[in-house]
Design a protein around this ligand. Structure first.
Ligand code: MN
Length: 211
C-alpha cells in the first residue's frame, strides 16, 4: 500500500490535510465516513488496511437498508491520520469542507483477531468482495463492498456498498443526509449560501474540487 497518489495530488504547504505516514499495527482497525462538500456533496468511506485508509467516494452516502446498493468509487489510499481530518480544504485538490459523519472500528465478519482480520480483509479487497462489520455510531453491523466488472471504456474502480440483513438493518428509506445534524459545519455553510440566486452570490468554499 502506498500514499504516492495521495501525495502527488496535494500541496502540503497549502492544505491542512495530513501529509501522512503508514501507521503501525494496533489492536483495532479504524473506519471513518467523511461528508465532503466539494464541487459535489459526497461521502468518503475509508477502511484502515495495512497502515493506510482504503477509500471510496460514495455519492449518495451509506445506507442501513439492505435493498440499497450504493455506488462507491474507489479512490487513492489516504494516510491513516486522515481519519481524524475535518475542516476546510483550500483551493486545489478536493477543495471544500470535510466533516466526520461517522467513525469507529471494524472487524471481518468472523470477528477474528486483528492479524487474521487483516488477512481476510486484504483477500476480500483483492477478490472484489469485501465483507466486514462496522462498529460506529450510525453504521453498525455487517456490510459488503462488491466490485463491479468494468464495461468497455469505463474506469475500473466501481464498487457497491451494501448492508447485510442483520439486527442493525432497516427496512424504511434511509437517507444519510437526514442523519446529518442541521448544525453540521457543511449544513451551516449550505444554509448561508443557498440564497439569493444572484450573480456572484453563491460563493463556493473552494474550486476545482473533485473527490
Ligand atoms: Mn472526497
Amino acid at each position: 500500500m502506498s500514499l504516492t497518489r495521495y501525495k502527488a495530488k496535494r500541496n502540503f504547504s497549502s492544505t491542512p490535510e495530513p501529509e501522512g505516514k503508514i501507521a503501525s499495527k494496533k489492536a483495532k482497525l479504524s473506519f471513518v465516513v467523511q461528508r465532503h462538500k466539494a464541487s459535489h456533496l459526497h461521502y468518503d468511506f475509508r477502511l484502515e488496511m495495512e497502515g493506510v485508509l482504503k477509500s471510496w467516494a460514495v455519492p449518495k452516502g451509506p445506507s442501513l437498508n439492505p435493498k440499497d446498493k450504493r455506488l462507491a468509487m474507489m479512490v487513492e489510499d489516504h494516510p491513516y491520520d486522515y481519519k481524524d481530518f475535518k475542516g476546510v480544504i483550500p483551493e486545489g485538490y478536493g477543495a471544500g469542507i470535510v466533516e466526520i459523519w461517522d467513525k469507529g472500528y471494524y472487524t471481518d465478519i468472523e470477528n477474528s483477531d486483528a492479524a487474521t482480520a487483516a488477512k481476510n480483509l486484504k483477500a476480500g479487497l483483492r477478490s472484489g468482495n469485501l465483507k466486514f462489520t462496522l462498529h460506529g455510531k450510525k453504521l453498525k453491523g455487517e456490510f459488503a463492498l462488491v466490485k463491479l466488472k468494468p464495461r468497455d471504456g469505463e474506469k475500473d474502480n466501481s464498487w457497491l456498498l451494501i448492508k447485510h440483513n442483520d439486527e442493525f438493518a432497516v427496512s424504511k428509506n434511509y437517507d444519510s443526509e437526514k442523519e446529518t445534524p442541521a448544525t453540521s459545519p457543511i449544513n451551516k455553510w449550505l444554509a448561508q449560501n443557498k440564497t439569493p440566486q444572484k450573480k456572484n452570490s453563491t460563493k463556493q468554499p473552494g474550486q476545482r474540487a473533485t473527490k
